[in-house]
Design a protein around this ligand. Structure first.
Ligand code: ADP
Ligand code: UDP
Length: 236
């Protein structure tokens, strides 16, 4: 499958048309950003590492019955995906307190969250991805009631599958963000699952192994992404 016109250049990935109107190519670039694009860098190998981790995770999720947009990995930096009409709502599950939850509610980082929390954010950089609820999504037409229910069910199912998978590999899945989209009236998990969009801590030491290394200038960002991949068994 060959790349056609560039459709969208995001902060970390680019989306291209293909010969098939129902398929896109998603290119994982080395560009990385934090704080809604305010902090930027290019990290050697990041695109490849995330593309490979994403393909591995999406295939595991598909095997567990979760509908995903990934068709196949094409090469080191590119994957073939279904064309989706993206729902502009980010679905976040948290197993441990970190990031904006701590800032908003004054919860101590690391506190276990039982049951895990489930939150929605509007995908809008200019507004800094504000916290929203179902009512906002319905009133403003970002998602229907049925879509909200399906997104929640799938996001929580992902938690069951991935928490077990990371735990078995000596890591804690602290939190993660998922995006969904629609094709022919059905919901699919879109975008990516990689250390860019989740928090992962070493189970033994508590060391951060995700994008917080970039956000907080902890160093060795890609070395830790590679370690995440290796522990999961991703060919890297
Ligand atoms: P951002 O838009 O936040 O800068 P990225 O750099 O990751 O993010 O760009 C990828 C873009 O592609 C995102 O806007 C995401 O919503 C969108 N996207 C992800 N999967 C699909 C898909 N299957 N079809 C269409 N768009 C998608
Ligand atoms: N996240 C993301 N993209 C966003 C916002 C959050 O991938 O635009 C991820 C983030 O990496 C973390 C989880 O969602 O794994 C929860 O993020 P949080 O709300 O704590 O926000 P942050 O502290 O990252 O601003």
């Amino acid at each position: 499958m060959k790349k056609g016109d560039l459709l969208y250049q995001g902060k970390a990935k680019s989306v291209y048309k293909t010969d098939d109107p129902s398929l896109y190519i998603m290119e994982f670039r080395n560009d990385t950003s934090a704080f809604d694009g305010a902090k930027k860098a290019s990290l050697d190998r990041k695109g490849e590492v995330n593309n490979r981790i994403n393909a591995y995770v999406m295939e595991k999720l598909a095997a567990e019955g979760i509908p995903v947009h990934l068709k196949s990995m094409l090469d080191a930096n590119n994957s073939l995906v279904m064309k989706l009409d993206m729902i502009p709502v980010e679905c976040v599950v948290r197993n441990r307190a970190a990031g904006s939850l701590c800032r908003r509610l004054g919860i101590k980082e690391g506190q276990a969250l039982v049951p895990p929390t489930y939150e929605l954010f509007l995908k809008n950089d200019e507004l800094h991805d504000p916290f929203i609820n179902d009512s906002h999504a319905l009133t403003f037409g970002w998602a229907t009631e049925a879509q909200l229910a399906e997104m929640k069910a799938q996001t929580l199912k992902v938690n069951t599958v991935l928490s077990r998978m990371f735990d078995a590999a000596g890591m804690t899945l602290v939190d993660y963000k998922l995006e969904f989209g629609v094709s022919e009236g059905r919901i699919y998990l879109g975008d990516e699952f990689s250390p860019d969009g989740c928090r992962i801590w070493d189970k033994a030491t508590g060391e951060k192994m995700d994008k917080d290394r970039f956000r907080q200038d902890l160093g060795n960002v890609i070395e830790f992404y590679l370690e995440v991949g290796k522990r999961l068994g991703v060919p890297l």
